[in-house]
Write a protein that binds this ligand. Structure first.
Ligand SMILES: [Zn+2]
Length: 500
């Protein structure tokens, strides 16, 4: 899918460019840029990406602006001269090369090669041909990732203000929960950097899967081939409960996801004095920033998969149907309180805003999964309860984030023991009938990936306060493959008591 999208983008860009310029100008322009930008024969794509890539969003913005300008300028307003045609050609050629470099940096050498080959004048331009040869040479050094050794890590909403989140450990059970289950912004940043330094590359959970149709016309799941440099390791990331539940209020978490002036996902955060600020206060914008600066930290632009419940809405928006009626006798106390504080609330407008943010996240590579509507324990819950819950998710969450084939179970519960699911199990049959084919639980094993004949299961490792603290003190040793817990632990994190 992703590849097709890239290819289509490339074709469109190239077509636009071809229609726009005379071939002679193109050859001259591109050659000039190549020598100007120092791309020629550089085999070190990493450095040239860093040097040429502008800060987040700039590339896209510039591209849009210049194409808009080009469309708006009619011949009457500004007659085309050979000079400004050459300049436009140079700009577009430079953009194409930057895009190609970015594709190559994210290990999509096929798309990078296709892009350069499609540039005007390629047939006669030896610099462009050398560029393709460079890409081919690097591509030949890639090796397939061992699918049995793809670790999957997850976080909850990050703690922005540890002092607020962790205060009163002795008297406030929620503060104890914040300390156990949550990772702080500084810990997340350090882990992300350290995993990158150790060669971890983010892949989509869907990158793991290759589907085939067998002789009976049934879909079969097989491990896919992911090609990375020999010193790189693949990992999957998920984020649980990105809802900014009412219960998080005043504990020093972000309050909601919004879009910044460039249409990119960012966060609203309410400071202790009640004033609201906007910035990268949670995993999504923090990781987006990191990947913008380190395109080689992600395989083909993959981001994480976000597991959403529905009962408090999604992404900080109160999108659930239960918010429609203040007289609903089943309304929980925190929902009632929130609704009374927001008398002008409009459910449909809220849903439209949430959808806009979700769309922008998907555009950036983020994916969405069900975490069940009500944070259900699927092992304990009855079939009827799972059915009712699933329908609530489909009614209240799916219209905002789109359909998903992935269910990330809450409370770490699962439908059965590790291995193949029991296909006669009614809960399993029901979830399959609802389109779920990717199932995740929680597990402390370093790797836990299981291909059923037409589904995938994966165990996930919680990189939370509990695990960070227990590894920092040496009571546990189950994250040292990823980072040194003693070095990344937030100095403001209090001791985390043992669960048993
Ligand atoms: Zn959860």
């Amino acid at each position: 899918m992703k590849k097709q999208k890239n290819a289509k983008k490339i074709q469109m860009t190239v077509l636009a460019l071809c229609a726009f310029v005379v071939v002679l100008g193109a050859i001259v322009g591109v050659t000039l840029i190549l020598s100007h930008k120092g791309y020629v024969g550089s085999g070190d794509n990493q450095d040239s990406v860093t040097a040429s890539a502008d800060p987040a969003g700039e590339d896209g913005k510039d591209g849009q602006d210049s194409s808009k300008d080009a469309k708006e300028k009619t011949p009457e307003e500004e007659p085309k001269t050979e000079e400004n045609e050459t300049e436009e050609t140079m700009q577009q050629g430079s953009q194409l090369l930057e895009q190609a470099e970015r594709l190559a940096a994210s290990y999509d050498y096929d798309a990078a090669i296709e892009m350069v080959k499609g540039m005007p004048g390629f047939d006669t331009n030896t610099e462009l041909q050398d560029k393709v040869a460079d890409y081919e040479n690097i591509k030949a050094t890639l090796v397939p990732v061992n699918m049995d050794e793809v670790t999957h890590v997850f976080y909850h909403t990050l703690v922005v203000d540890p002092e607020r989140a962790f205060a009163n450990q002795d008297t406030n059970p929620q503060a104890v929960g914040n300390n156990q289950w949550m990772t702080t912004v500084s810990e997340f940043q350090k882990i992300t950097q350290e995993m990158y330094d150790r060669g971890y590359v983010l892949v989509s959970i869907h990158d793991l899967i290759e589907t085939e149709t067998d002789e009976n016309g049934n879909t079969v799941y097989k491990p896919a081939t992911i090609l990375l440099p020999p010193d790189k390791k693949a990992f999957v990331l998920s984020l649980d409960d990105l809802s900014y539940y009412h219960s998080y209020d005043n504990y020093g978490y972000a309050a909601k996801m919004i879009l910044d002036e460039n249409g990119k996902p960012t966060c609203e955060y309410i400071q202790p004095d009640g004033t609201t600020v906007v910035g990268a206060y949670d995993c999504v914008p923090l990781l987006d920033q990191f990947l913008e600066e380190h395109p080689d930290a992600s395989y083909r632009g993959a981001k994480g998969i976000i597991a959403l419940t529905g009962y408090n809405g999604i992404l900080g928006y109160r999108t659930d149907e239960t918010y429609a009626d203040l007289n609903n006798p089943d309304l929980s106390a925190d929902k009632r309180k929130w609704m009374e504080a927001h008398p002008d609330f409009d459910l449909e407008q809220e849903r439209a805003e949430a959808k806009k943010v979700a769309d922008a996240m998907k555009e950036d590579g983020w994916e969405f999964a069900s975490h069940t509507w009500g944070h259900l324990k699927v092992g304990d819950a009855s079939l009827e309860r799972i059915q009712a819950d699933t329908q609530k998710w489909r009614n209240n969450v799916e219209p905002l984030v789109g359909p998903t084939d992935t269910i990330i179970f809450a409370h770490g519960q699962d439908l059965g023991d590790w291995g193949d699911y029991d296909e006669s199990d009614a809960k399993y049959q029901y979830l399959r009938s609802q389109g779920y084919t990717v199932f995740c639980n929680v597990d402390s094993n370093l790797y836990r990936t299981w291909f059923g004949k037409d589904y995938l299961r994966q165990g996930r490792r919680n990189l939370d306060g509990y695990r960070i603290y227990k590894n920092a003190t040496g009571e546990q040793d189950n994250v040292s493959d990823l980072f040194n817990a003693g070095e990344i632990i937030d100095p403001l994190r209090p001791p985390v008591p043992s669960l048993e």
